[in-house]
Design a protein around this ligand. Structure first.
Ligand code: ZN
Length: 339
């Protein structure tokens, strides 16, 4: 024991005399154990398909905020006002506290175009729903990278629960696992990293659009948006189960190069399908491209259970997802290094 203490002190003295670390940041990527349970819980029947405004939708938001808090992310949602003062003598004091929830109003009816007809579907009225957002503040706190994934899904239809394991409990559990690694690392990144779980993507990307408009997200403040929507399965024609689709804007050649190089660094690189997001609006990245914010969007392929009640957690390809998160993590590190 005494010998161990001596060595510890000696090492400490040596390290204390070394110059300050100038090496690039190194944050290890999450492993299967860091996301599998979250993926399974979010897509369990308990969450009732995570429809916005439903019990399962609110439970999912609370669960995601709880994990963000446990992992040590700072809240980045609305500023709530709390009144303090327990007895009649104490002067009530208003306390302002930032929460993990960014609330917005969702109209319960929506218009769907079927051929030449416009159908008004859903119910009358509206509900208050929320995005769930946390932040790691960086050395330059005026700039951010946003890492996001939508947590809503289709709810219960005709008595069947649409669990949405791949779409998109996979992306949310991946985002939360990345956040945990970056929080545990402890070192301040060059700029802020905002981790976000969006609501209402399936209804037309309302959550991410609300965030972009209400946090004044523009290319000067948000350097890049990284989207994960469906990252745990493969398309039926992809027999190798190693295809990965990454979308970037045509003007973001640098981001595309980062993706290509990060992929080559994997022990078993993916077969990449690199595509331009221009003119597409398939997921939350479109809320950011609308403001000219550079994006990278990750997608593992249209699987046979897409938007059916069969999209369940036991079908997730956890190894593929682990490798995708390695790639996403490497991309975040590279983007920060280029700042
Ligand atoms: Zn989706």
């Amino acid at each position: 024991m005494r010998r161990f203490s001596f060595i510890t002190i000696a090492l400490w003295l040596i390290s204390a005399t070394l110059p300050a670390q100038t090496n690039p940041m190194s944050v290890s990527a999450p492993e299967i154990n860091d996301f599998a349970a979250t993926l399974t819980f979010l897509s369990s029947d308990w969450m009732e398909g995570r429809e916005p405004g439903s019990r399962g939708g609110y439970m999912s938001a609370d669960f995601i905020a709880g994990i963000m808090q446990l992992n040590g992310l700072s809240p980045y949602g609305d500023i709530d006002t709390l009144k303090s003062g327990q007895n009649s003598n104490a002067e009530a004091k208003t306390i302002f506290q930032q929460s993990y929830f960014q609330h917005f109003e969702l109209k319960l009816y929506y218009v769907e175009k079927i051929g030449p007809w416009s159908l008004i579907l859903g119910r009358p009225g509206s509900v208050i729903v929320s995005n769930v957002t946390g932040i790691i503040r960086g050395q330059d706190s005026t700039k951010s990278i946003v890492v996001g994934a939508h947590y809503d899904h289709l709810g219960i239809r005709n008595g069947l629960i649409y669990n949405g394991a791949d779409d998109n409990a996979s992306g949310v559990s991946g985002m939360l696992a990345l956040a945990k690694q970056w929080c545990e690392h402890g070192e301040k990144p060059a700029c802020n990293i905002i981790f976000a779980a969006w609501n209402c993507e399936e209804r037309g990307m309302h959550g991410s659009r609300y965030f972009v408009r209400h946090t004044d997200a523009n290319p000067g403040r948000v350097l890049a948006y990284i989207n994960m929507d469906m990252i745990s399965r493969s398309a039926p024609e992809d027999t190798s189960r190693r295809q990965l689709s990454i979308g970037t804007m045509p003007q973001s050649e640098g981001l595309r190069q980062i993706a290509i190089e990060a992929n080559l660094g994997l022990s078993q690189p993916f077969i990449l399908d690199l595509w331009d997001v221009t003119g597409h609006s398939g997921s939350d990245y479109a809320s950011f491209t609308a403001e000219n914010i550079p994006v990278m969007t990750f997608f593992s392929g249209y699987q046979v259970d897409y938007h059916t009640p069969e999209d369940d957690a036991e079908k997730a390809d956890l190894k593929k997802m682990e490798d995708i998160l390695k790639l996403v993590n490497r991309c975040i590190l590279e983007i920060l290094e280029e700042l």
